[in-house]
Structures are given as structure tokens and as C-alpha cells.
Design a protein around this ligand. Structure first.
Ligand SMILES: C[S@@+](CC[C@H](N)C(=O)[O-])C[C@H]1O[C@@H](n2cnc3c(N)ncnc32)[C@H](O)[C@@H]1O
Length: 231
């Protein structure tokens, strides 16, 4: 017999994903022109780059590494990493085919095209073997995931020991963040969940991450940067 509570949760999860797909399919063509790039997305890319640089400090400059960007959107961050002097192989993954297509268009024919792989997939079931990556980034996408605990476990699975997870999403634990993310974004996007920092910390701990750190960036659209190291 079907458990009504679990079938309700399944329906809600399906609705979460369905909405995210519709939203980003409609938004994809104009995504790179959105003002949010200046206020939210670019500050997040800068924080990701800083965190990668901190992780690489003390390693040989030529030490290659493999980075996975989950919920990559139109591939802007993947392009930034490939244009950097870092010897990185980059895999960028998104749930929405039109976002993946735009990411391919952005990267094809540029020096960044070599060693960048664009994959269509769902963060809950990362289509990669265990221990495939050294760094995993995810910015402004986590609030669309109905099963955030499963996603963090998946992220841990695909990282090699010593690999770093860098997760950035709306910080809703102060008054400004609450108003921006829990009131405005919630009303516009519906079916999204900006996890409080304490929950993000718990999910990292439960997945087995060590050296977990948090910091807040951005004033008017505050973002929470959480990092952890795979044991
Ligand atoms: C606000 S955009 C952020 C994109 C990119 N990380 C950036 O900062 O520009 C959120 C992205 O998450 C993707 N997304 C939503 N749910 C997803 C899922 N379950 N698995 C993978 N990607 C997902 C969306 O398709 C969208 O491209």
C-alpha cells in the first residue's frame, strides 16, 4: 500500500524539479544578460575562485586537477576556470538541456573548449564514478534541489580524498537575506528552499566532510559560502 506521506513528498519533489526546469528553460536565452549576474552570480564566481586558490596553495602550479561544477547554468564559471592559468579539466553539469546547449555554445571555438565537458544531469544522481573529481563547485543552484541531503552525499561520493566542496547559495539567516530569499525569491520562483547555515553544516557533517567552514559575502543579496574537505 502506498504511504500517503511519502507519495506527498515525491509529488512535492517532482514539482520542485519541474518548476526549476520550466524556469531555467524560459530564462536560458536571457540568463547572461540578467542584472543578477552583477549582484549575485559574479560575486559567487569570485568567491569560488578564491576558495580554489586557497585549496591549491602549497601545491605545485602545474599540478593538474579535475573540477566539477554542478548546476552550471550557461557555463560562465566553467569558462572562467578554463581561461585561468590553472591546469584544470572542467566538467560542467546542468539539469536543463537549454542551459547545457548555451554552455556548449559559449565554450566551443574558444581556448576554453579543450578539456571542458558539458553534461546534462541531475545533482541528485551525479553520473560519475566515485572519486572522479578534486574540486566540486555549486553556486546559486542548491535551493532548487528537493533532496539536499542526497545531493551533498553524492557530492562527497564523487570527490577524491582531500577534494574540496565549495557550495554557495543565498544566506537567509539575517534580516536582509530572509527578505531577499525567503520572501522575494520564494514568491517569484516558488518551490525553492534556501537552507539555513546550520542545516548546510549538518548536511556536510552527515556526508562525512571535514574542515567545514562558512563565510558570508555580499551585502544586499547575501550569500553563504560553505566549504568542506572529503576525507
Ligand atoms: C540560478 S542558476 C545558477 C547557474 C550557475 N551556477 C551560475 O552561478 O551562473 C541555477 C541552475 O541550477 C540548475 N539546476 C536546478 N536544479 C538542478 C538539478 N536538480 N540538477 C542540476 N542542476 C540543476 C538550473 O538549471 C540552473 O541552470
Amino acid at each position: 500500500m502506498t504511504n500517503p506521506a511519502s507519495s506527498h513528498a515525491d509529488l512535492r519533489a517532482r514539482d520542485f524539479k519541474h518548476r526549476a526546469q520550466g524556469l531555467f528553460h524560459r530564462w536560458s536565452e536571457n540568463y547572461d544578460r540578467s542584472l543578477l549576474n552583477f549582484f549575485v552570480f559574479r560575486p559567487a564566481y569570485m568567491a569560488l575562485l578564491e576558495e580554489i586558490a586557497a585549496w591549491r596553495a602549497g601545491r605545485a602550479a602545474r599540478d593538474p586537477f579535475h573540477l566539477l561544477d554542478v548546476g552550471c547554468g550557461t557555463g560562465s564559471f566553467a569558462a572562467m576556470v578554463r581561461s585561468s592559468p590553472w591546469p584544470a579539466d572542467v566538467t560542467a553539469m546542468d539539469f536543463v538541456p537549454s542551459m547545457c546547449r548555451l554552455a556548449r555554445e559559449k565554450l566551443e571555438g574558444t581556448p576554453a573548449a579543450e578539456r571542458v565537458h558539458i553534461v546534462n544531469g541531475d545533482s541528485e544522481h551525479l553520473p560519475f564514478p566515485a572519486g572522479s573529481f578534486d574540486v566540486l563547485t555549486c553556486s546559486n543552484s542548491f535551493h532548487h534541489y528537493p533532496h539536499q541531503d542526497e545531493v551533498v552525499r553524492e557530492m562527497r561520493r564523487v570527490l577524491r580524498p582531500g577534494g574540496k566542496l565549495i557550495l554557495i547559495d543565498g544566506f537567509r539567516d539575517n534580516a536582509i537575506g530572509w527578505f531577499v530569499f525567503d520572501v522575494i525569491v520564494q514568491r517569484v520562483e516558488r518551490n525553492v528552499h534556501h537552507a539555513p547555515w546550520s542545516l548546510v553544516r549538518r548536511l556536510f557533517l552527515q556526508a562525512g566532510f571535514t574542515d567545514i567552514r562558512h563565510r558570508k559575502i555580499n551585502l544586499l543579496a547575501p550569500l553563504l559560502v560553505t566549504t568542506g574537505i572529503a576525507p
